[in-house]
Design a protein around this ligand. Structure first.
Ligand code: C2E
Ligand code: CA
Ligand code: CA
Length: 549
């Protein structure tokens, strides 16, 4: 095979280097990968040269590890991450899953286009008995236990948002956090517990003759210590999550136990208590999540197939004139088991695995393209779209937004970027800069779901927003709930706030005439809600335009 990228003499030199290491190099433009001969033999690959290896290699990876692998790979290829570095389990020629560490990087040509992806995969099965950083035994040691006789309780504990800590404060700081975490775990658990490093920021605690209640006690103690951090050494407090599974004698194998405890910690990360014991219900929820995550990734890879923007009208004060719309994402996967799947389910999954960044680009392009099309037809409405805080952390996003508006010759003063209070979790200096840039280019910024977070007033105080969207929780119950008085007081004070500080205000969740009448005495800019229309496809929305614009 003639391919100057793949047939470099260095490849031959490296590929014979070691038994535990495999070398690969991908010619990105031709989507052709070459593997070292030892990898071909060990994994029983279809050959030394493989087209479309991304799709094929996925099959070799243990299902639970696929997401992390894909996420890391996409981040590396798209330039969000400098180096592909991930540990996962891959199936060898004997059908066994072995742990490997895959590291690789992208090489670009002089025009900045990625041309080569090359790296090394290291087998971890017969080495790395101890974690270099924390000096704790690794999961491979845990795997060596005789699972016919093992019984007791197994807990997996991890640091919430560790990736973020690493990104913001650097790897060296991250390492110190991990060392402290490992120390605190050993301090909290009883002497008969054994602690293992599982992966990244996650550790296993195993104890015979211990039940979930006891593990919960350890966890609570650990939570308190971690929240304190280590001031003396400049380490801030951090929060943690834990999942527990009970192991019955003779009934389990390592993979089964590992899957259960990983499912439990995933559920814990979303629960208020941050601690969850494994149950069938949790497993089912987790399975659905994995299935949805997989299908979402397929859609993204398939040029966003199944994603579409719907539009929900925003009406002027008396509800008779259309002044704008909110673009809301819909996803119709061509999948027999998934059925209906709405943003409240799929957006958190995308935010969790980083997919929101790519989907966010799609939403932004579509919304701006659509806004520009309506503008060129003389339709005067404001078009808004939602941006997740993770997109604001992507330096290129704001520039791409500006470039997209220029590309479509869109009037940016009619385009609104909606952000929820979760942007608060991001770096304030960076958000301020992004806001400034957006304003310089004429865009408007709306603070979404106003009143639901902990930082509404902080946001107003610190950031320059143009529009406040009062959350629907204060509106939907007006006239129906016992809380009407409280809700009314909130509505009234937001009205005063917006008038005094000159914000435009949009009221969400207007579901009936009663609400319109109740809030009509305030000077709100717009109303949005099912009373006027649910979010609808473009065609249906255009009927709305001809009726109310
Ligand atoms: P949101 O930005 O607060 O969007 C408003 C949500 O309220 C929409 O739900 C809309 O259908 C619903 N809604 C509007 N009027 C009423 C009403 O009168 N009554 C009730 N009960 N609900 C009403 P949807 O489309 O399911 O979206 C849910 C959330 O998902 C959005 O909340 C937003 O946070 C997120 N989302 C949707 N599309 C996108 C997107 O393109 N990007 C990002 N990052 N997030 C999105
Ligand atoms: Ca919104
Ligand atoms: Ca909202």
């Amino acid at each position: 095979m003639k391919n100057s990228i793949l047939n470099h003499y260095l490849f031959d030199a490296f590929s014979v280097a070691s038994d535990n290491m495999f070398v690969y190099v991908t010619d990105i433009r031709n989507d052709l990968t070459r593997w070292s001969q030892k990898a071909v033999e060990y994994f029983d690959l279809e050959g030394e040269y493989i087209y479309d290896v991304k799709t094929k290699w996925i099959d070799y990876i243990y299902p639970d590890d696929r997401e992390e692998y894909k996420e890391d790979l996409i981040a590396t290829i798209t330039g969000r991450k400098q180096m592909h570095n991930v540990q996962y389990r891959a199936r060898n020629k004997y059908g066994e899953y072995v742990w490997v560490e895959c590291r690789g990087s992208v090489i670009k040509n002089e025009n900045g286009e990625p041309i080569v992806f090359a790296g090394i995969m290291t087998r971890l099965d017969n080495q790395n008995k101890y974690d270099n950083l924390t000096k704790l035994p690794t999961v491979y040691e845990f795997q060596q236990l005789d699972f016919d006789t093992v019984e007791g309780s197994l807990m997996l504990v991890g640091i919430d948002g560790f990736r973020k800590i690493n990104n913001r404060k650097g790897v060296l700081y991250g390492n110190q956090v991990l060392i402290l975490f490992a120390k605190l775990i050993e301090l909290c658990v009883s002497k008969d517990c054994r602690v293992y490093h599982y992966q990244s920021d996650e550790f296993l605690v195993y104890a015979q003759n211990t039940n979930a209640d006891k593990m919960k006690e350890f966890f609570e103690h650990l939570t308190v210590l971690c929240a304190k951090g280590d001031r003396e050494h400049g380490i801030n407090g951090f929060s943690i999550s834990g999942g527990v599974v009970q192991i019955e004698k003779g009934s389990t194998a390592f993979m089964e136990v590992a899957t259960k405890v990983v499912n439990a910690i995933s559920a814990a990360k979303e629960s208020q208590t941050h601690f969850v014991c494994y149950s069938r219900e949790i497993e089912e929820k987790q399975n659905r999540k994995n299935m949805v995550a997989e299908a979402l990734n397929d859609s993204i890879r398939n040029d966003f197939k199944g994603f579409e923007l719907f539009y929900q009208p925003i009406m002027a004060k008396n509800g008779e004139r259309l002044i704008g719309c909110e673009s809301l994402l819909r996803w119709n996967p061509d999948h027999p088991e998934i059925g209906n799947c709405y943003p409240n389910e799929f957006i958190p999954i995308l935010e969790n695995n980083g997919g929101i960044v790519e989907v966010g680009y799609f939403v932004m392009r579509e919304a701006i393209r659509q806004a520009s099309e309506w503008q060129s037809r003389g339709i005067d409405i404001r078009v808004s779209f939602n941006v997740s805080y993770l997109q604001f952390e992507d330096r290129n996003f704001i520039n791409a937004l500006i470039a997209t508006a220029e590309h479509y010759h869109a009037d940016t003063s009619r385009i609104i970027v909606e952000l929820t209070e979760s942007v608060f979790a991001s770096d304030t200096v960076m958000i301020r800069k992004s806001f400034e840039l957006l304003h310089q280019h004429g865009f408007m910024i709306a603070l979404d779901d106003f009143g639901t977070g902990h930082s509404s007033f902080w946001m107003l105080h610190n950031l320059d927003v143009d529009i406040i969207k009062l959350d629907q929780t204060f509106i939907r119950g007006l006239g129906k709930d016992d809380d009407t008085e409280v809700d009314l007081a909130i509505v009234r004070s937001v009205a005063v706030l917006c008038e005094t500080l000159d914000y435009l205000t949009i009221v969400e969740g207007v579901e009936d005439e009663y609400v319109i009448n109740t809030i009509s005495e305030y000077n709100f800019t717009g109303m949005q809600g099912y009373h006027f229309s649910k979010p609808v496809p473009k065609k249906r929305f255009e009927e709305y335009i001809s009726q109310y614009c």
